[in-house]
Structure formats: C-alpha cells, structure tokens
Design a protein around this ligand. Structure first.
Ligand code: AMP
Ligand code: MN
Ligand code: MN
Ligand code: MN
Length: 283
C-alpha cells in the first residue's frame, strides 16, 4: 500500500485543483492520500468526490500554521471532520490574519519598488487563500527573480522587504482544534525547522504535552538521514510516524506524489489502526 499523507491543492498554494491532484495521485499509484491544505479545508469535498472515481482513499486533512517560540511550525491534522466548528473557527482567524498579511506584503513590496504584487498574487490564488507562494510565483512571472526559492531568500523571509511578522496559532490550540475535529495531530517536516536538536526536542515535548500523536518521519523535504533521525525522536517520545510528500504541483519534479521511502523499522505507522480498504474504481 502506498500512503501519501501531506499534499496541497489550489485551495491553498498547490497548482492542481483538488480533483486533478487526486487523479494525479491515483495515476502515481497512491492508495491513501491526504489533502492537507494550509489553513483551509475548502478542497476536501471536491477531492473526496474525485477519490471515489479514482479508486483511492482520501483522508481529510489540514496543515495549520503555528508560531512557536517566534518560529513558524506546521501542524498537520489527519482524519479531521471538516464540518467541526471548533476547527473552522480557528481556521477562520488564521485566514483573517493571512488576508491582512497579504495586503501588508503588497504595501511593503510596493515601497521597495514592486507594483501590483497583492493583486498579482491574489490573481494566482483561488481568491480565498493567499500564500507567500503566490507572491513568489508573481515575482518570478514578472522577472524580478529567476526561481521561487530565490524569491523567499530575497524578499519573503525575516528581515527582507516583503516579510510581515505576525502571530499564527498557538501550538496547543492547533493540536486542540485537530483533536476536537476527531483527527490526529502530526508535526510536519520536523527536520526542516532551523532548530538545534535540543530545541526540536523541546517542541516535540510540548507537542506531546498538548496531546499530539505523530511526527512526519518521512517527508519529501527530508534527506534519508533526516528520516532516520526523526524515527529516533518518534520512538523516544512514543509518537507514531507519518509519511507525506508535501506535493505542491507537478512543476516541482523533485517532490512527486507516492515516491516516498518506507518508514524506518520500529516506527509505528500512524495508519496502523486505520480502517483501510482497497477501493475499486467506480468509473
Ligand atoms: P505562508 O504559509 O503563506 O507563509 O507560505 C509558506 C509556504 O511557502 C510553504 O508552505 C511553502 O510552500 C512555501 N515556502 C516557504 N519557504 C520556501 C522556500 N524557501 N522556497 C520555496 N517555497 C517556500
Ligand atoms: Mn505550501
Ligand atoms: Mn509545511
Ligand atoms: Mn505542506
């Protein structure tokens, strides 16, 4: 069975509509896919419908933006009920901050000589959720920078002209919303944060304290060594392990759906007790 429990659609900063993402995943051999858009569950209805036709199992998910110790950390929720009001009330507040931040990013970029960035980024989004990724794509399209990675370095990270500091969700709140919605909470791509080992373990300890369930041991943004290091942490804290590509679209060929390595030995897969059926295509 092929599991991919972290992916994005046009509901946040992915480039494939939910239906196309699901079809792409099925074609890549994924059996169980989670759609985990940033701070929104808007894509899940369409993805779940497409999953029935494509013959894969869709796990409703979310990736919540958290500020922890002045750093942005992402908490994935798997198996959530998108209709849950506690979760949705939390997400609404995050999107309000996002909307304000996008306008403020536009104003700051304008001051450094880049016009129309807010409108440009918004036009590249579905209109409901604007990410720094949309600004990055706009700046690349306009020829300010050659590739999205460089936009982040030059414009969108701390201390750079388009960066807007601010507060996302509290760690305990994000975990609490996910649990309230019946889901399991996962620290996303744990090796990607600029933390020392000690600081990462402090994050994990607080996450466990808040009721967290798993570490994303295998991630499209991890090296093999990262996977093994995170497996060690998961075992030390009795957390389960998850695996997800963090796929954002086919134009990033280095992160493909369903091309993940297996969870290292001894890690309990988060899906161990899930009711998984092999689904037959209905069309
Ligand atoms: P936001 O949640 O709007 O602040 O945007 C964060 C998103 O930007 C992440 O989910 C990534 O998809 C993307 N991102 C962050 N840092 C980088 C980077 N250095 N290079 C490319 N994409 C990045
Ligand atoms: Mn993203
Ligand atoms: Mn993330
Ligand atoms: Mn992600």
């Amino acid at each position: 069975m092929s599991f991919d429990l972290h992916s994005h659609s046009t509901a946040s900063d992915g480039t494939l509509a939910p239906r196309l993402l699901v079809e792409h995943a099925a074609a890549a051999g994924v059996d169980v896919l989670s759609l985990t858009d940033h701070d929104t569950t808007e894509g899940i209805t369409e993805a779940a419908l497409a999953a029935q036709t494509a013959g894969l199992q869709l796990v409703p998910g979310i990736e919540i933006s958290v500020t922890w110790n002045s750093h942005v950390v992402h908490i994935v929720g798997l198996g959530i009920d998108p209709a849950n009001q506690i979760l949705q009330q939390g997400l609404v507040k995050l999107r309000e901050f996002r909307d304000w931040r996008a306008e403020e990013m536009g104003r700051r970029l304008e001051k450094s000589g880049i016009e129309g960035a807010y409108d440009g980024a918004k036009a590249l989004s579905n209109g409901h959720l604007i990410s720094r990724t949309h600004f990055a794509r706009f700046l690349v399209n306009q020829g300010y920078v050659t590739e999205t990675k460089k936009v982040f370095q030059k414009y969108l990270t701390r201390g750079k002209p388009g960066h807007v500091p601010g507060q996302w969700a509290e760690l305990e709140d994000a975990v609490g919303w996910i649990k309230a919605a019946g889901g399991e909470a996962v620290i996303a791509h744990p090796a990607r944060y600029p933390f020392t080992r000690t600081k990462l373990r402090r994050l994990i300890a607080e996450f466990v304290e808040a009721g967290g369930d798993a570490l994303e041991v295998v991630s499209g943004s991890h090296s093999r060594d990262d996977n093994f290091t995170m497996a060690r942490h998961a075992k030390d804290f009795s957390l389960k392990g998850s695996a997800g590509s963090d796929f954002h679209g086919p134009e990033n060929p280095w992160v493909e759906l369903g091309r993940l390595t297996q969870l290292p030995d001894g890690v309990v897969p988060i899906w161990r007790d899930w009711p998984i059926q092999r689904m037959a295509k209905t069309a």
